[in-house]
Design a protein around this ligand. Structure first.
Ligand SMILES: [Zn+2]
Ligand SMILES: [Zn+2]
Length: 180
């Protein structure tokens, strides 16, 4: 299923078999409808609400808490993932020069990492390594990055979509690698 090995475990469970509309998504759709009707004929109430909202967000802790919630939500939403992964690959297509430049810089700055990546692509070319089609964390079908847990073991990789890969490196996602 989605390229995730049966015995692999995760600290947070990527529930890829969920129906398209989760309970939370249904609620979100309901709230959206409700928000449309809420302020009809009540401009004063709306102004008051907006003011309170602004004040609430002005408090750094509140803002941070909300941002964290959004982050968690994004991490689990496939639509968002597909959209962003699409966006990244389009960006790469339209910014080839920038991408090349970054690649060259990367090779200069991180020779060990670059060598590990080369081993991976050589191994794929010669059939020693098979690249799956779906991200091994969120299961989304996407362009995949080979993530190394240890560059000394260049062929021990996990295949992640660009978004999961970014989150992995930002330390927001921890994988139990023991069984992988
Ligand atoms: Zn992913
Ligand atoms: Zn990585």
């Amino acid at each position: 299923m989605n390229g995730i090995p049966e015995n692999q475990t995760f600290d947070f469970a990527p529930n890829v078999s969920q129906p398209i509309l989760t309970k939370r998504e249904k609620k979100a759709a309901y709230m959206k409808e409700y928000a449309k009707k809420r302020w009809i004929n009540r401009p004063d109430a709306k102004a008051k609400y907006e003011k309170q909202k602004k004040e609430w967000y002005a408090i750094p802790e509140n803002k941070k808490r909300m941002n964290d919630r959004v982050r968690v939500r994004r991490r689990t939403e496939h639509d968002y993932r597909e959209k962003m992964n699409d966006y990244y690959s389009k960006w790469e297509q339209n910014n080839i020069a920038k991408k090349r430049y970054r690649q060259t810089e990367y090779r200069k700055n991180f020779p060990q990492k670059a060598a590990a990546h080369k081993s991976v692509y050589d191994a794929i070319e010669h059939g020693r390594l098979v690249k799956p089609t779906n991200c091994q964390i969120c299961g989304v079908r996407s362009k995949l990055h080979a993530h190394h847990h240890d560059y000394a073991a260049p062929l021990d990789v996990q295949w992640l979509c660009p978004l999961c890969h970014g989150e992995m490196h930002a330390g927001r996602m921890r994988i139990n690698h023991a069984l992988a």
